[in-house]
Design a protein around this ligand. Structure first.
Ligand code: NDP
Length: 497
């Protein structure tokens, strides 16, 4: 795209082989603040050519052993340094993330703190013993050890720009891989800061590379490359499918964290105020642009009317506005394209006969007309064949359905192609555990919704993905497993006389 670059606005660069570089195309795209459409940065429109340069730099650095052969103590020290620098720059990163993504400032602040925590966690994890030994027969000692995979291609979306980057970069580097990272073109700003931090913290040349650009060509080139050994992707299920196909070029390992349409089941014996509160938090946190959002609330018949009445009253009181405004409780939608996508889903819900109980429109009052804001939206009288119940909307839109029995709640909860997350609210501990165990999803909560911890695995069943981020599982995604068998009696075996 041809444009006049204003020098007062941040111009982002690629980071390839330890150098900051302009895109070969010399073309940039505007990055806007979705709360007011002001340009906050220019993002390179990179090409296949420089993506390949980044892959080659990663490959060479990996085979040189400059990072992979460092001791775990040395790698851990660099990761801790990165964490410390993130903490030092937390306020700046928080503001940039808020401006870039549109989220409420304290949501961004949690993301930045969690990013530092993830680097520290993986620094600690690699200092723990790993591997196993087995006293197998035949006078042999068998060992199992972990090794880095090689070049890791990392592609992330726009909803948690820095945190999603770190959920991949921290374990990939901790394990000793070299990386090629692509942020979302929509929200690339904090990624550049992170690469500055990694450079200053001593990540060696060629080990961490970043190419900013569109899914095709940049993401597609990474996914197709025969020199990339693992691809770790977070984003939509459709793009996940494309990546899986592209990854077949060299049968690279794949790790996919995809969409969700997660159920939040409220039983009549739940604490109603708590259930309403988390029902709101489950979908309106991040304006619903969260893969684990509880976008389908299922409520037991006997409390349905009261739940819905209380829920709508509170949804109507949510203050929507720019992320940096003190009073804002729910921020902007990340882009005009995403806003229109959400509004189309709302229209489809109305067309298919659901009752629009509240919201359902773009907000333009009180100066919001310059940004992309949608009112918290609640649909009732929905059926499981409607698109608003089946498809991931990724916005502040929730459906509330009635169930009559525990069996029906489980059946409705699992009637989805997805299996990312789910919640149960009940004061009957045995029932809550019985039901959550039957929900076919990878991330679940009882009397809670949304919080996640770096120690615990994150990922989904069914079409919500393959593999897990975080915890020791997140590290193992970026490791190969090798067996070494050592004969303890060194002598011929005589098989062929
Ligand atoms: P995508 O899945 O298209 O984008 C996620 C990332 O993948 C971005 O960095 C994108 O780049 C990149 N990408 C796009 N196409 C390719 C490709 N062919 N090969 C490799 N990488 C690619 O999501 P969208 O941003 O288009 O959002 C659409 C919908 O996806 C949302 O409405 C939501 O339903 C879902 N979504 C789910 C997320 C989740 O965490 N589960 C996160 C984000 C979106 P670029 O930014 O340049 O397009």
């Amino acid at each position: 795209m041809k444009m006049t670059i204003q020098t007062s606005v941040l111009t982002l660069k690629n980071y390839i082989n330890g150098q900051w570089s302009e895109p070969i195309s010399k073309q940039y795209e505007e990055v806007i603040n979705p709360a007011n459409q002001e340009v906050i940065a220019y993002a390179p429109l990179s090409t296949k050519e420089e993506t390949e340069l980044a892959i080659q730099a990663a490959k060479e650095s990996f085979h040189s052993g400059i990072w992979a052969s460092k001791t775990t103590h040395e790698r851990a020290a660099v990761l801790v340094e990165i964490a410390n620098k993130i903490d030092e720059m937390a306020e700046e990163l928080t503001i940039l993330e808020t401006l870039d993504n549109g989220k409420r400032k304290d949501e961004a602040s949690f993301d930045i703190a969690d990013a530092a925590t993830a680097f520290r966690y993986y620094a600690g994890l690699i200092l723990h013993p790993d591997g196993e030994t087995y006293p197998v027969p035949d006078n042999v000692q068998a060992m199992v050890i972990k090794e880095p995979i090689g070049v890791a291609g990392l592609i992330v979306p726009w909803n948690f720009p820095l945190l999603m980057a770190v959920w991949k970069i921290a374990p990939a580097l901790a394990a000793g891989n070299s990386i090629v990272f692509k942020p979302s073109e929509v929200t690339p700003v904090t990624a550049m800061k992170l690469f500055e931090i990694m450079h200053d913290a001593g990540v060696p040349k060629g080990v961490a590379n970043m190419v900013i650009g569109h899914g095709d060509p940049v993401g597609q080139t990474i996914a197709e490359s025969i020199d990339v050994d693992i691809i770790s992707f977070t984003g939509s299920t459709n793009t996940g499918r494309k990546i899986m196909q592209a990854a077949s070029s060299n049968l690279k390992k794949i790790s996919l964290e995809l969409g969700g349409k997660s159920p939040n089941i409220i039983f009549a014996d739940a604490d109603l105020e708590t259930a309403v509160d988390y029902g709101l938090f489950g979908i309106f946190y991040g304006a619903g642009q969260v893969c684990s959002s509880g976008s389908r609330i299922l409520v037991e018949e006997s409390i349905y009317d009261e739940f819905v009445a209380r829920y709508i009253k509170r949804a109507n009181n949510i203050k929507v506005g720019p992320g940096l405004a003190e009073e804002t409780e729910m921020g902007a939608i990340v882009s005009e394209q995403q806003m229109n996508r959400i509004l189309n889903y709302i229209e489809s819900g109305i067309q298919e006969g659901a009752t629009l109980a509240t919201g359902g429109k773009r907000l333009i009052e009180n100066g919001l007309d310059k940004g992309f804001f949608i009112a918290p939206t609640v649909f009732t009288d929905v059926t499981n064949d409607m698109r608003i119940v089946r498809e991931e909307i990724f916005g502040p839109v929730v459906t509330i359905q009635k169930f009559h029995s525990e069996e029906e709640a489980i059946q409705l909860a699992n009637d989805t192609d997805y299996g990312l997350a789910g919640g149960v609210f009940s004061n009957d501990g045995a029932k809550a555990l019985r039901v959550i165990k039957k929900v076919r999803a990878g991330i679940t909560w009882v009397n809670d919704y949304h919080p996640t911890y770096v120690e615990a695995p994150w990922g989904g069943y069914k079409q919500s993905g393959i593999g897990r981020s975080l915890g020791k599982y997140g590290l193992e995604e970026f490791q190969e497993t090798k067996q070494i068998n050592i004969r303890l009696n060194v002598e011929p075996n005589g098989w062929f006389n």
